[in-house]
Design a protein around this ligand. Structure first.
Ligand SMILES: [Zn+2]
Length: 340
């Protein structure tokens, strides 16, 4: 037994291999389950018990030495990763990466947030999947209110209480329910309506709504805020015009036009030769809406407004087809300010 062990040690010491594969073949020859070293362990059972301790020690030494030897041989050939690295050509020119551009809606959204941020409006948003209370009921739309028909809503068929929000006003309700006045916030977000897709309408679009609630907030504050926004957005010579309108959640309500920034008010295709373009709806928050959210309408008043980001972007960049915003055509997207 001892002789066989010594013989194997000498044999393993003198092993030479020409490749990593050969090292592996040799390792299997000695150390696999049926290998020459392993066979000795099987024979160990027949060693007389008084010699077992001594021979056992020798066998273990043999096994360790063999393992060390194969590890050493392997390291001489290097690891597989080294082999891959050696095939890399570090002098090759890098792949050219085009810097991206911001989406025009993102550019305008950020601009709107910046403008209102300068006069103290902070930003919030709410969930796109809403319940009836936040999307309609709290906003003064009663169950059979005809105003509900104004918006084609995506309802969930199993539960008509759940829907995709049709406006970001639901985020205003959530804010009024959880915060105490003064509240001065804007709510940019995505909204969904079941509308046929055309150059002027889409089932997805983006809104920014604004809300200011405090003691003694008046219609004059609303007008001044919107005038500031219009001048910052479209230029200091921009004029605004308010027309009476109707929304269930504001009273009185109005729609705001700005003087056409293309023709300067003289009349052109964009403004349909009127000199004015409509950009948003607004009004004083209906006292019922304040009460629905736990705000005392005897103490507090407020105004709200809402605009479509697509509409503002189309005016700003003279884009004539709404669908371009959602088609991801790089020839369109590349025309806007670089992201870096
Ligand atoms: Zn015009």
């Amino acid at each position: 037994m001892r002789e066989r062990i010594d013989h194997l040690i000498a044999e393993i010491d003198s092993i030479k291999a020409a490749s990593l594969d050969e090292v592996e073949q040799l390792r299997l020859k000695y150390l696999s389950k049926k290998g020459l070293v392993s066979v000795l362990f099987d024979d160990f059972k027949s060693v007389p018990s008084e010699k077992k301790r001594e021979v056992g020690q020798l066998l273990n030494d043999l096994k360790n030495k063999a393992q060390e030897r194969f590890d050493q041989l392997k390291s001489e050939f290097g690891t597989r990763e080294d082999a891959v690295v050696s095939h890399l050509d570090l002098t090759r020119p890098v792949d050219h990466m085009e810097p991206g551009t911001r989406h025009p809606l993102s550019i305008v959204r950020k601009q709107i947030i910046d403008i209102f941020g300068r006069i103290g409006f902070s930003v919030a948003d709410g969930p796109e999947i809403e319940d009836d209370w936040h999307n309609f009921s709290a906003l003064n739309f009663t169950a059979d209110h005809p105003a509900r028909d104004m918006q084609d809503t995506f309802f969930i068929s199993e539960n008509p209480e759940i829907m995709l929000r049709t406006h970001t006003s639901s985020a205003q309700i959530r804010t009024m329910e959880t915060r105490k006045p003064p509240i001065r916030m804007i709510f940019p977000g995505r909204v969904l309506r079941n509308e046929a897709i055309s150059a002027r309408a889409h089932c997805i679009f983006h809104q920014v709504e604004g809300l200011y609630i405090d003691k003694h907030v008046s219609f004059a504050d609303l007008k001044q805020t919107l005038m500031y926004f219009a001048k910052e957005m479209f230029g200091e010579h921009t004029k605004i015009r308010l027309r009476p309108s109707y929304f269930p959640f504001t009273e009185p309500s109005g729609e705001m036009d700005v003087s056409c920034n293309i023709c300067g008010g003289v009349g052109c295709n964009i403004c349909k030769h009127s000199g004015w373009v409509e950009i948003l709806g607004c009004g004083m928050v209906d006292p019922n809406v304040l009460e629905n959210c736990g705000i005392d309408s005897q103490i507090y008043t407020g105004f709200a407004f809402g605009m479509g980001i697509e509409r503002i972007t189309m005016l700003k960049y003279q884009i004539k087809d709404l669908r371009l915003f959602f088609e991801n055509d790089v020839r369109f997207l590349r025309q806007f300010t670089g992201a870096f």
